[in-house]
Design a protein around this ligand. Structure first.
Ligand code: HEM
Length: 491
């Protein structure tokens, strides 16, 4: 009897599934549970493409999906994104629900994972530092120095195969380590960095918690210290926490804190002066800030640079045009903030890269109160909603018939073909609204320094199509394997 009831249930679910897939339902889409669970688990490794293909196939701009073990309303219409990120942004928080639990161990109360007062204080301190001109000059010098190091390293590998993705992670960590913490990681010198390995693995395991395990299951495993996933997570967190605790303690001992230019010193000074931060919580606050800023400053930019060089190998006409621009603008001049600002085509190519390969491909939040989106979709109190930069960047309804093409010219609609920024609710790579990325200008500067230095010197031949790894950022699973040659010797 039980078996029969079970078979009948499966048959009904399969029928609903069939109806939904073949004819679709109007109104608030709800993907059947069975299909959701099976497909999101089966399609996990290519989740972003699966999401795009499904929305495209059924001409949907929103749907409620079971992602892993959470119900998530996904929205892709810029109007709905505006509602989420700007008009009613206070209703959508990050430290609860889908990402709240799973990321807390790693991100703590850091800016990516904080709401309300905790978020406000960090945003206030960090914004001050990001807008300071002195910091900007200091940053450019650091980026140039680290990129020159990378260029010499690549030069030594001429004719050989390199993993540019891995090198970009080393470059951005070295540059960010210096700018943010006054630290020499020496990644480009080949130094092993256990902290970085633990950090990568902890991010991967956090993403698996969200998409592949029921919450009660991983929480129980964490409680019981079960070896494997959660046991490994614990080990990674120990390495990360030891590293960051030492970093903060060493800096605290430094007598010349006030004269230091790096972000950590400035944040420490600001946090000491801020009466709103509980003195007993200061070290914890600095630990969380540091970890969040490393993810922000290292991973996002390294991913974007990797996908940019990938696109150059696939689009030789674009590459040629870009090299011509760089030769024309930069020839005989040192790379600087101002010279790079003249490179309109470069800005367009980087934006086009981030449209198709946004470093943060999927971005969930949780509703504090029930709400209705402009498209009519309803969300219950405590439920999750996500906007999908990866899908949005590829949708014809947003970018036109050539949405899948890498075409930087789409960004050059200004006077004399100058670059025009898109509405951030349409081009969502940097988020939008009060929580828009704080490092947008810094990231663009770093990427421009890297491209302006590396591309005119070298050509790259793609040996293997890269594939992303589903995680917090759009990392390449097996790196980016390229054969490198000297551009000048070739022409
Ligand atoms: C290509 C590079 C980058 C991309 C695509 C990018 C994208 C983003 C996105 C999508 C968010 C929202 C994340 C969320 O909702 O949790 C964000 C937030 C943030 N980004 Fe970036 N980012 C980049 C580089 C940087 C850099 C270099 C920094 C400098 C440290 C930075 C600092 C931040 C900070 C502090 C936030 C949190 C803002 C807040 O919640 O108030 N980002 N970024």
């Amino acid at each position: 009897m039980i078996v029969l009831a079970f078979v009948a249930l499966i048959a009904v679910l399969a029928l609903l599934d069939f109806i939904n897939v073949n004819w679709g339902w109007k109104g608030d889409w709800r993907w059947p549970f069975l299909r959701d669970l099976v497909t999101t688990l089966r399609e996990f490794d290519r989740f972003h493409d699966y999401a795009y293909e499904t929305l495209d196939k059924f001409k949907m701009d929103h749907v409620t999906w079971k992602l892993g073990f959470y119900d998530v309303l996904v929205v892709t219409n810029p109007e709905d994104v505006k509602h989420l990120l700007k008009d009613n942004w206070k209703n959508y928080v990050v430290a609860q629900g889908l990402r709240g639990d799973a990321l807390e161990d790693l991100l703590g109360n850091g800016i990516f994972h904080a709401d309300g007062h905790h978020w406000f204080v960090q945003r206030k301190h960090a914004s001050r530092e990001f807008s300071a001109n002195i910091f900007r000059t200091f940053m450019t010098l650091e980026f140039v120095e680290q990129t020159n190091k990378l260029a010499s390293l690549i030069r030594r590998q001429e004719g050989n195969v390199i993993d540019l993705h891995g090198l970009f992670f080393r470059l951005t960590l070295d540059a960010f380590g210096k700018i943010a913490f006054g630290l020499e990681f020496g990644g480009l010198d080949g130094n092993p960095i256990p902290f970085a390995a633990a950090f990568d693995r902890a991010q991967e395991l956090s993403a698996q918690r969200i998409a592949q395990k029921p919450p009660f299951w991983w929480k129980m495993q964490r409680l019981l210290r079960v070896p494997g996933g959660e046991g490994e997570m614990r080990q990674c967190l120990t390495v990360i926490n030891q590293f960051v605790t030492k970093l903060v303690a060493d800096r605290r001992k430094a007598p010349e804190l006030a004269s230091k230019e790096d972000l950590l010193s400035k944040l420490m000074m600001a946090s000491e002066a801020d009466k709103e931060i509980d003195p007993n919580e200061r070290d914890r606050y600095l630990r969380d800030m540091t970890i969040n800023f490393i993810i922000a400053g290292r991973d996002t930019t390294a991913c974007a640079l990797s996908w940019f060089f990938y696109e150059m190998t696939k689009n030789p006409q674009v590459e040629k045009k870009l090299v011509e621009e760089l030769d024309l603008v930069l020839e005989g001049k040192p790379i600087s903030f101002d010279t790079l600002a003249e490179c309109q085509y470069l800005t367009a190519c980087l934006s086009e890269t981030l449209r198709l390969h946004p470093s943060v491909p999927f971005n969930p939040k949780t509703a504090v109160e029930a709400d209705v989106f402009p498209c009519g979709a309803r969300i219950a109190k405590g439920s999750s909603v996500a906007y999908l930069p990866y899908c949005m960047g590829r949708m014809k309804s947003i970018w036109g018939e050539d949405a899948q093409e890498f075409r930087p010219e789409r960004w050059l609609s200004g006077e004399n073909g100058s670059f025009v920024r898109e509405d951030q609710c349409k081009f969502t790579a940097f988020q939008a609204g009060p929580r828009v990325c704080l490092g947008l200008d810094m990231a663009m500067l770093e990427m421009k320094v890297v491209v302006g230095t590396i591309l005119p010197q070298f050509t790259f031949e793609l040996l293997e199509e890269p594939h992303y790894r589903v995680g917090l950022v759009l990392q390449m699973r097996d790196g980016l394997k390229l054969r490198v040659r000297n551009r000048k010797k070739q022409s």
